[in-house]
Design a protein around this ligand. Structure first.
Ligand SMILES: [Zn+2]
Length: 297
């Protein structure tokens, strides 16, 4: 979410990739504010992961999924409440059972409207996709863990605990070794820290590091990040390494009573040097701000 004009965040049913039997991803093609969208099938049901931003994108997704499901029952879940992941859920009402973890449902109810306003300010192309958004209410809410039986395939939905947002959820398909991380992991870009004090300070760099360690322990074969190219387990290690380095470099300077502005400048330069090819450089500063606030006094 930088100040410059973002491109139209449109989901396109292109380059759809089969990651395992009856499991496909509609890739984001590295378009900002378009998420990777998962479609996971079993004998009697199909689970959709993420809606795309706004009703028109969600209609595109629903049309594809309805054809793909060929009469099977539909479920929808989202990795967290952010607009490009969840603000199309209204389109699935009556077509799919919308199922999420409790912390995410609470995020959506408490902060959905404020995020709608904030994202409308990101430029005309984004505002256009957000026209007509109504914050949806999930049909089923679980606390920490839910095993969804699609018929011959059980998908694990797990609340991650507060990290990128308060209500992050990770979806794994054990028989295929596939993990959907949402924005807990991105490929080819710096970790997104939605650090917007005083409005939203739920992101936690330190908790995020713990979550990444846990996700790596699960040893998935395939990792579908929130944004960017589908990868392997190295993706989880890369994010963890980045977050740890960001924390260590920030805290070392904080210990030496360096001003926050100098910390930002120095750490930003260091991270860009380390990852010159990564996009989203504006998120480094947000990450430093978050980790300064988490510095043990
Ligand atoms: Zn997000």
């Amino acid at each position: 979410m930088s100040e410059h004009m973002l491109p139209e965040p449109v989901v396109r049913i292109e380059e759809v990739r089969e990651l395992a039997r009856d499991l496909v991803v509609i890739p984001n093609r590295r378009v900002q504010l378009v998420p990777n969208i998962g479609v996971i099938g079993g004998t009697h049901s199909v689970l959709v992961v993420e809606t795309g931003m706004g009703p028109r994108n969600a209609e595109t997704v629903l049309k594809f999924v309805a054809e793909y499901a060929a009469g099977r029952r539909l479920y929808l879940t989202t990795t967290h409440f952010h607009p490009e992941h969840a603000f199309g859920a209204q389109v699935f009402a009556g077509e799919a059972t919308f199922l999420v973890n409790r912390a995410q449902a609470e995020d959506l109810a408490a902060k959905g409207a404020a995020y709608l306003d904030m994202f409308r300010g990101l430029g005309e192309p984004v505002a256009r996709q957000l026209e007509g958004v109504q914050i949806a209410t999930p049909d089923v809410v679980y606390d920490d863990a839910y095993d969804l039986d699609l018929g011959g395939r059980v998908v694990r939905l797990r609340a991650a605990g507060r990290a990128h947002s308060r209500g992050d959820q990770v979806i794994t398909v054990p028989d295929a070794g596939v993990m959907f991380t949402g924005d807990l992991a991105e490929a080819g870009q710096f970790a997104i820290f939605p650090w917007f004090p005083p409005h939203d300070t739920d992101v936690s760099g330190t908790r995020w590091i713990s979550v990444m360690r846990r996700l790596a322990d699960a040893s998935p074969r395939v990792v579908v990040p929130g944004h960017g190219d589908v990868g392997g387990p190295q993706l989880l290690a890369d994010v963890r390494d980045y977050l740890e380095l960001l924390r260590d470099e920030t805290w070392a300077r904080r210990d030496s009573a360096v001003s926050e502005q100098t910390i930002v400048e120095e750490v930003r330069a260091l991270m860009i040097e380390r990852h010159p090819e990564w996009a989203g450089r504006e998120w480094i500063e947000k990450g430093v701000g978050c980790l300064c606030a988490e510095h043990p006094a």
